[in-house]
Design a protein around this ligand. Structure first.
Ligand SMILES: [Zn+2]
Length: 146
């Protein structure tokens, strides 16, 4: 049963949609503190990745579980009313995510997807991000001029 009123539902959805949530900011702050440098929401790249690490050509997406239909996630349930509408919508979102990642790959970028529900488990998430990115300060190869 759909127990939410229209207003409650739209309020909840705007919350789900919002960028720069507090846990997301916390993760960013930690990464910055470790020496990683990134750019935010680069609109010139396919899919507008949330965090971009230009020197590594790595892009990180922070996906909301609801809108991006995180499989097997309890946040990603299909609303009980207008089920077909939502199913089609989620399918389009999944498809778009896939195309964006493919487009990025073609441009030489690799991507990592982080789900909103994983941000709560900060330590685990950070380990995953760091192992994806590699060390914060890669050794600079000095070219010898002869
Ligand atoms: Zn999730």
């Amino acid at each position: 049963m759909d127990t939410l009123t229209k207003a409650q539902r739209s309020e909840r959805m705007s919350r789900i949609r919002s960028k720069n949530t507090r846990p997301e900011l916390a993760v960013r702050r930690i990464l910055f503190g470790l020496g990683y440098r990134y750019q935010l929401h680069r609109s010139d790249l396919p899919g507008k990745p949330d965090l971009v690490f230009p020197s590594r050509k790595k892009a990180l997406f922070v996906h909301g579980c609801f809108w991006h239909a995180h499989q097997g996630c309890k946040v990603a349930n299909i609303p009980k009313s207008r089920t077909e509408f939502w199913q089609a919508k989620f399918q389009r979102n999944i498809e778009r995510d896939k195309l964006n990642k493919r487009a990025l790959r073609r441009l030489g970028w690799s991507t990592l997807t982080v789900w909103k529900c994983q941000i709560k488990r900060e330590d685990r998430l950070l380990r995953r991000i760091i192992s994806y990115l590699g060390p914060a300060q890669p050794k600079v190869k000095k070219e010898r001029s002869s």
